[in-house]
Design a protein around this ligand. Structure first.
Ligand code: ZN
Length: 132
């Protein structure tokens, strides 16, 4: 239901509302929210096979793990085509030597003469993904 008009909300509208609330929480206490969303716990096959909840699996491992973002995506529903969730965590990309950079993880730092691979930095907030 749309919280203001009582009209049914699409999955994407629900995700947009969730992202607004999550970004408000992150703005209020970024340290607490980053700690909360960095936690993953082991989960069983029944939860891993839920139709909408998103779980992770380490490559080569036979067990699954779930975090708060997977549950939130389970509430908001998945995209028709990909079965991905709509709500995504946004992390910065950083060079350990030169700080935050534009670029992708595992690309080389763009600073002249630097040969260090960029790494995932801190949580910067939440965003709604487009259908893919
Ligand atoms: Zn660098």
């Amino acid at each position: 239901m749309n919280l203001e008009t009582s009209e049914p909300m699409t999955n994407r509208e629900l995700a947009k509302h969730a992202v607004e609330v999550l970004n408000r929480a992150f703005k209020s206490d970024p340290v607490a929210i980053e700690q909360l969303f960095n936690v993953r716990v082991d989960c069983n096959d029944a939860l891993a096979n839920d139709p909408t909840i998103q779980v992770g699996q380490v490559v080569g491992a036979d067990n699954y793990s779930v975090g708060a973002i997977g549950i939130i995506n389970g509430i908001c529903g998945t995209m028709r085509e990909s079965s991905w969730g709509y709500v995504a965590l946004v992390y910065s990309v950083e060079c350990p030597e030169h700080g935050k950079q534009d670029g992708s993880i595992a690309e080389t730092c763009p600073v002249d003469g630097c040969t260090i691979d960029l790494q995932m930095g801190g949580l910067e907030g939440f965003q709604v993904l487009d259908e893919r």
